[in-house]
Design a protein around this ligand. Structure first.
Ligand code: NAD
Ligand code: LMR
Length: 345
């Protein structure tokens, strides 16, 4: 029996993500939690003829804890797109004031109710909300770094799409052949395009101006959508696709599909010191950064290992430069998220 819980299930990301999860044959139960309209979305999805049993969980009032507890009980995978999205003129960091406490409180419930679940954090700013989640779980004594994932898959999806357009390759064939490391905001996002020799040979033909434009589009793709939506939010449909793609990898690994390193790894923003060889990567190549997005290999719903971009991938001097810029931005967000929890009761 595999139970998946979506927190923020009635939102712009939550609804299409829940639809995709309802179609996954490995899901036996899909619990949809939101402070509004969770029951409506659950009723709607429950009419689809796929195996997952869909349940809605919506608190009757602010004091009602039963809804979140029932949504999380026995959950194997908790996916969190709860919180506010950006409007034009805002950075992801501007969302911290509202989203930090939403994540803190939801994760406290996860830690108490289903501490063994894999947790996927979508809510922004991811660079800080993942450290918040880790600190809450540490306080509760249930932190498993192998099961806490910041979802940065949309950056990979964008990189595959944009590079595919430039080098005339179907984006699908680029999955796992480029890697987007670092964090999830502006210049903390670092696309690496020399991971695979075939792609690297084709990529070497793009002009320096095209490369610069490619990096900028991957780093600021989110802004492109926020601007186009003009006040109606940020990426929801591409994010639902990306979030599902990552969730599917986790579910496959729970079902026993991904048990060896030949499977294409997905990248995720993770707590390095808690992973085998993570401390070494952090100290040797990342100036001690504790959270960083790396390609992870999953097994049984958790991280088995990761690919060290500095060991296994052909990282160029220019890409190393991008990493050092990324580390500056990440430092501040990690400290902000960590201190937020350390400073609260
Ligand atoms: P949205 O406003 O459409 O939906 C958010 C949902 O969260 C709403 O239904 C709201 O009721 C719910 N919610 C608010 N507080 C809650 C709580 N305490 N418990 C449960 N549910 C709660 O927003 P959206 O467009 O779906 O975006 C959600 C978040 O995802 C934003 O923070 C956005 O910045 C982020 N995002 C991240 C990525 C990424 O790549 N990681 C991509 C796109 C968006
Ligand atoms: C994205 O990359 O699209 C998301 O992080 C949403 C945003 O605020 O840009």
């Amino acid at each position: 029996m595999v139970k998946v819980t979506v927190c923020g299930a009635a939102g712009g990301i939550g609804q299409p993500l829940s639809l995709l999860l309802k179609l996954n044959q490995n899901v036996d139960e899909l619990a949809l939690f939101d402070i509004v309209n969770a029951n409506g979305v659950a009723a709607d999805l429950s009419h689809i003829c796929s195996p997952a049993k869909v349940t809605g969980h919506q608190p009757a009032n602010k004091e009602d804890k039963l809804a979140i507890t029932s949504a999380l009980t026995n959950s194997d995978l908790v996916i969190i797109p709860a919180g506010v999205p950006r409007k034009p003129g805002m950075t992801r960091a501007d969302l911290f004031n509202i989203n930090a406490s939403i994540i803190r409180d939801l994760i406290a419930n996860v830690g108490k109710t289903c501490p063994n679940a894999a947790i996927l954090i979508i809510s922004n700013p991811v660079n800080a909300t993942v450290p918040i989640a880790a600190e809450v779980l540490k306080k509760l004594g249930v932190f498993n770094p192998k099961k806490l994932f910041g979802v940065t898959t949309l950056d990979s999806v964008r990189a595959e799409t944009f590079l595919g357009e430039l080098i005339n390759e179907p984006p699908k064939s680029l999955k796992g052949k480029i890697s987007v490391i670092g964090g999830h905001s502006g210049d903390t996002i670092v696309p690496l395009i020399n991971v695979n020799s075939t792609i690297s040979a084709k990529s070497s033909k793009i002009t320096p101006a095209q490369y610069k434009e490619f990096v900028h589009r991957v780093q600021f793709g989110g802004d492109e959508v926020v601007k186009a939506k003009n006040g109606a939010g940020s990426a929801t449909l591409s994010m639902a696709y990306a979030g599902y793609r990552f969730a599917e990898s986790v579910l496959d690994s729970v079902a026993g599909g991904q048990t060896n390193t030949s499977v294409v790894p997905e990248t995720s923003y993770v707590y390095l010191p808690g992973l085998p060889n993570g401390e070494e990567l952090s100290k040797k190549s990342l100036n001690g950064a504790t959270y960083f997005s790396v390609p992870v290999i999953l097994e049984k719903g958790e991280i088995k290992s990761f690919i060290n971009p500095f060991d296994s991938l052909t990282i160029t001097e220019n890409e190393k430069q991008l990493v050092s810029v990324a580390l500056n931005g990440l430092d501040k967000s990690i400290a902000q998220g960590t201190n937020f929890v350390k400073g609260s009761k």
